[in-house]
Every structure is written in structure tokens, then in C-alpha cells.
Design a protein around this ligand. Structure first.
Ligand SMILES: [Cu+2]
Length: 151
């Protein structure tokens, strides 16, 4: 083995350890995860229901996906009949409760798509929680006129 290949193997092991290290938040799951497809130049929004079956509240702090350069937690609101969005730093999911990310409310704002997506595609998304826990999820890309997944 050359020094270079040893170094590459070490870096690979290190990156694998880093991604494998984050534990999933206990008792937390995601349902009805979907992305409303829009032409690539427009930011898309991701929606889901985050369910917390555990005895402790959890706090969503962000998300990331290999398919988007940037994922932000946003909230839509109506102000003077204008629809506006604001950044959300954290979102609490109470013990034995759930929070819905849905059109007109909380959503994941997805920008800088890495590949051209179309309805029917799947997008792997990692939800980040306070304390370092991460939840791997899959979002379904649905047509622009969809109101959510059928299931
Ligand atoms: Cu937004």
C-alpha cells in the first residue's frame, strides 16, 4: 500500500465513522414525507409529519440532503393578505406528539438542486435534532398540483 492509498483509506474510514456516529432520535419517525415538484430554478418545499412517540420532547434544528445545496427550515404565514416566509431556527416536537410540515405552514425550503428531479423521484433527507441525533428519511417528489402522498 502506498502512503496515498493508506491516507485515502483512513479518510474514508473517518468519514464513514462521522456519518455513522449520529444516533437516530429514539421513538421519532417521519410520515407522509413529500416534495412539491417545481421547475428547477424555483425553490421547492418539503413537507412531512414528524411523530414523537417517546417520553421526551425533541427539537428539530435543520436538515440536509445530497440532492440540494441548501435546506432551510421555514414557516409560511399570511400577513396583510401577503404570503410571507420566515426562517425557523428550531421546531419542538412534544413528547407523544407530532408536528406537521404542510403547505401554508412549516416546510423545508429546498434550493440549489444538485440533479434534475421530477415527480416520482425519491430524495434522501437527513433531519437534524438538538443534541446531534439525525434521522434518515426519504421524501417522494410529487407533481406541482399534489396535496400530499396518497398513503
Ligand atoms: Cu420557504
Amino acid at each position: 500500500m502506498t502512503f496515498r492509498s493508506v491516507l485515502a483509506a483512513a479518510l474514508f474510514a473517518l468519514s464513514f465513522a462521522a456519518t455513522a456516529a449520529a444516533p437516530a432520535p429514539e421513538g421519532v419517525r417521519v410520515e407522509h414525507a413529500w416534495i412539491r415538484w417545481l421547475p428547477a430554478q424555483l425553490p421547492s418545499a418539503g413537507y412531512a409529519v414528524i411523530v414523537n412517540d417517546s417520553d421526551a420532547g425533541v427539537r428539530l434544528t435543520g436538515a440536509h440532503s445530497a440532492d440540494y445545496g441548501m435546506v432551510m427550515l421555514h414557516r409560511s404565514m399570511l400577513a396583510n393578505s401577503d404570503s410571507r416566509m420566515e426562517m425557523v431556527n428550531e421546531l419542538d416536537i412534544p413528547a407523544h406528539g407530532s408536528v406537521k410540515l404542510a403547505p401554508g405552514g412549516y416546510h423545508l425550503m429546498l434550493t440549489q438542486p444538485v440533479r434534475a428531479l421530477k415527480p416520482g423521484d425519491k430524495v434522501a433527507m437527513t433531519l437534524e435534532f438538538a443534541g446531534g441525533a439525525e434521522l434518515q428519511t426519504v421524501f417522494s417528489v410529487l407533481p406541482a398540483n399534489a396535496s400530499g402522498p396518497a398513503d
